[in-house]
Design a protein. Structure first.
Length: 59
């Protein structure tokens, strides 16, 4: 089990009791990788992670 504190979650997830995370490391073709990136570009949790990383580098 992975414990994530509320401050790392975007507002859409703060009041959730459970968040399901899927990890798929079987991406083996360029088209599958690109499709995964397209899906990630709309994922609020992924976008929050990217924003947090960007803020770390800006500071």
């Amino acid at each position: 089990a992975l414990l994530i504190s509320d401050y790392t979650l975007p507002p859409d997830f703060i009041n959730k009791k459970q968040v399901t995370i899927y990890v798929d490391d079987q991406v083996d073709s360029r088209s599958q990788k690109l499709e995964s990136l397209k899906m990630a570009s709309n994922d609020p949790l992924f976008l929050a992670d990217i924003k947090e990383i960007q803020q770390d580098f800006d500071n």
